[in-house]
Design a protein around this ligand. Structure first.
Ligand code: PEP
Length: 253
């Protein structure tokens, strides 16, 4: 069956010293209290990845990056490739976060290439999709999600799909304190699974973890994670406090 996963997206937060302190704290709590019910991933800034990899040596906590370029190397000032991430011990990478789509103009076409580049390096992709508030209000959210999934992922092979985790993150719920109700989230998660099933078949759809992201906190995680098609969460703000992050992990039953 598919895995339960809780991933923390630290965004552009924490300098090196602060990152090391938070990683050490998370590592300690996971070692002492781990429930083993979920795979745990943390995604600090690029700055902290190499040192995070050393700090996580021997821990069950996995290391993710927040982005990668689709080329392997070359004249792309300021960018990092999937192979570079792999070389410092990264196993996961977020692709298509709404902030990258919105502020860095990342298109479905670019994200499709990024997903392939990461998979070619054996990295697991946390592929983000989600509608804006106006898209939801106009009832267009299913279409938006369908385009993001089909243009971003449908070029992949069934084998590639083993390295895909999908995160449904309604843009209106990210960092706003507004969470999708568990009914709203479950409805979209079930829809995403049906899209994967139509394209790749029921077995692959059944094995694909689909995470919810958008203002997940310890007090709403239990309800969200109890739903059939919600296999964990991608956590922003609450992942910056070790205790809150772990309390969210514990909401996986
Ligand atoms: C995110 O950025 O992926 C996210 C879900 O953020 P937050 O939990 O803060 O809404």
């Amino acid at each position: 069956m598919r895995k339960n996963i809780v991933a923390g997206n630290w965004k552009m937060n924490k300098n090196l010293t602060e990152s090391q302190a938070l990683i050490t704290e998370i590592r300690g709590i996971v070692r002492d209290e781990n429930t083993n019910k979920a795979e745990i991933i943390i995604c600090p800034t690029y700055l902290a990845l190499a040192s995070a990899s050393k700090l996580l040596d021997g821990s069950t906590v996995k290391l993710g990056a927040q982005n990668c370029h689709f080329e392997d190397n070359g004249a792309f000032t300021g960018e990092l490739s999937a192979s570079m991430l792999k070389s410092v011990g990264v196993s996961h990478v977020i692709v298509g976060h709404s902030e990258r789509r919105q502020y860095f103009n990342e298109t479905n076409e670019m994200l499709a290439k990024k997903a392939s580049a990461a998979i070619n390096q054996g990295l697991t992709v946390l592929f983000c999709v989600g509608e804006t508030q106006s898209e939801r209000e106009s009832g267009d959210h299913f279409n938006v999600i369908k385009n993001q999934i089909s243009e971003g992922l449908f070029h992949l092979t069934p084998k590639d799909m083993e390295l895909i985790v999908i995160a449904y993150e309604p843009v209106w719920a990210i960092g706003t304190g507004l969470t999708a109700s568990s009914d709203q989230a479950e409805e979209v998660h079930a829809y995403i699974r049906s899209l994967i099933s139509e394209k790749f078949g029921e077995t692959i759809a059944d094995h694909t973890s689909i995470l919810y992201g958008g203002s997940v906190k310890p007090d709403n995680a239990v309800e969200l994670f109890s739903r059939t098609n919600i296999d964990g969460g991608l956590i922003g703000g609450a992942a910056l406090k070790a205790r809150d992050f772990f309390d969210i992990i514990k909401a996986i039953k």
